[in-house]
Design a protein around this ligand. Structure first.
Ligand code: ATP
Ligand code: MG
Length: 419
């Protein structure tokens, strides 16, 4: 089997030059156009070696190299930096970022081939790669509308991507009217509708991945179709296939569920490792939460998978938490405070608060909460600095962001969140 090389460059011309130098030597070459895309492609194609350009939009080659090195799959695979800037300083930066070799452009095809061959000789395939594990699938659900399901799903997905610096899938299952893409200000280039005509047996990860909308935070959104009638062809069987593919390739898959128990919703619930059942502190929402728990019991859905989240979507007259808990006979795991200004502002600008406010109370609360919902393996290994600092520092990150008001923030913390 030929060895696979992932080549990352934002210039189509440079990609062509590298591909045409390596393909004749018998390598299988796959490409990506920036650092973020490279991280996702690397996870999916598991290349034997990676060649990175430095100056790229979204994420530069050094940052991509550092992140790849932190990932156990790529900590030992050869990485070469290929760049126009051949100064000593840049070479040192490349090696400090974890690259094994550094080559200047323009290059001779023969030299590139020779270096690639030498680097690949040093790598013993599979000996160091950990067994692939399935990602964690988290659904956000409520039978009552408007309680913050989409707000929570988008912040959770962005929080996971930010903490673990790995791509996270966000699946909009509100097939007829979902807003996930809008909440990240992503144009609807492709959606679930593009999967509607593909038979389930022909759906593989690459096909799904191409339909997802990547956001600079690392969240990849599978968006709802722009028109309700386009969603009718999405069958439960297709949902099961797509979710299966996503959980095989993303460490976290977050699902924004609709307020119903239709077949596609039940399929997503069945596939979920954990269901975050959202309610707001008012009587109708509590009553619908009781109804949801009742249906779960009737259909034999395990209560152990269900976590109650109380989202304070209004500022006056809220029912007391203990009264809600005694009505539902179930503890509330997390309370999200009333923070209308922050959420509405975030919505209008397409930047979830967990991203741009990670150092403020609401952002920190959401990030802590995402941490507490992370896989056990991850939780024993918390990164020192959240990824948000790097995201916020990047030139592409919400450069028009208006400053947020830090006053008036309630101090309720997520229960069970990590200290
Ligand atoms: N903790 C909160 N404090 C204040 N406003 C909030 C809070 N959580 C959500 N909101 C606001 O409530 C509104 C509804 O939120 P969202 O769209 O996330 O709910 P939903 O359950 O997904 O609704 P839909 O039924 O439309 O799908 C939004 O304007 C959102 O900004
Ligand atoms: Mg919604």
């Amino acid at each position: 089997m030929s060895q696979k090389i992932l080549v990352v460059d934002d210039s189509a011309m440079n990609l062509k030059l590298v591909v045409s130098s390596l393909a004749p030597a018998g390598y299988e070459v796959v490409t990506a156009q920036n650092g973020r895309e490279a991280l996702l492609r690397a996870e999916t194609v598991q290349p034997d070696m990676i060649i990175l350009d430095v100056q790229m939009p979204e994420m530069n080659g050094y940052e991509a190299c550092r992140r790849l090195r932190r990932n156990p799959h790529f900590s030992m695979r050869p990485i070469m930096i290929l760049t126009a800037n051949n100064s000593l300083e840049e070479r040192i930066r490349g090696l400090e970022a974890g690259a094994d070799d550094y080559m200047a452009k323009p290059f001779e095809a023969a030299e590139l081939q020779a270096r690639v061959k030498a680097l690949l000789r040093r790598f013993v395939p599979h000996a160091l790669a950990p067994a692939t594990t399935q990602g964690k699938l988290l659904s956000v659900f409520s039978l009552r509308g408007g309680v913050g399901v989409s707000t929570i799903a988008t912040n959770l997905a962005a929080g996971m991507a930010q903490i673990w610096e790995q791509p996270t899938a966000l699946v909009d299952m509100v097939l007829t009217s979902g807003q996930c893409a809008l909440m990240f200000n992503l144009p609807l280039r492709s959606t679930w509708a593009d999967l509607a005509s593909v038979p389930s047996e022909d759906i593989d990860f690459e096909l799904v991945e191409r339909r997802m909308l990547p956001h600079a935070s690392g969240v990849h959104v599978l968006a709802a179709a722009p028109r309700p009638e386009q969603s009718e062809l999405i069958t439960a069987d297709k949902v099961a296939t797509v979710l299966g593919e996503l959980r095989d390739h993303f460490p976290y898959v977050v699902i924004d569920l609709p307020h119903d128990f239709r077949e596609t919703t039940l399929t997503a619930l069945d596939a979920s490792d954990q269901v975050l059942a959202v309610l707001s502190p008012e009587i109708a929402s509590v009553s619908m939460a009781a109804c949801m728990l009742d249906v779960f019991d009737q259909i034999g859905y395990p209560r152990a998978k269900v976590t109650l989240v109380l989202n304070t979507t209004f500022d006056r007259g809220a029912l007391a938490r203990k009264d809600i808990e005694s009505t539902l006979k179930m503890p509330i795991n997390t309370v999200i405070p009333f923070a209308q200004d922050y959420f509405v502002n975030a919505l209008n600008r397409g930047v979830p608060p967990v991203i741009e406010m990670s150092t403020r109370p609401l952002g920190a609360l959401l990030e802590d909460w995402a941490f507490s919902l992370s896989s056990e393996q991850h939780r024993t290994n918390r990164p020192e600095k959240p990824g948000a600092e790097r995201y916020n520092a990047s030139p592409n990150a919400h450069s028009n962001a208006a400053p947020m008001r830090a006053n008036n923030m309630p101090t309720v913390r997520a229960q069970g969140a990590a200290p």
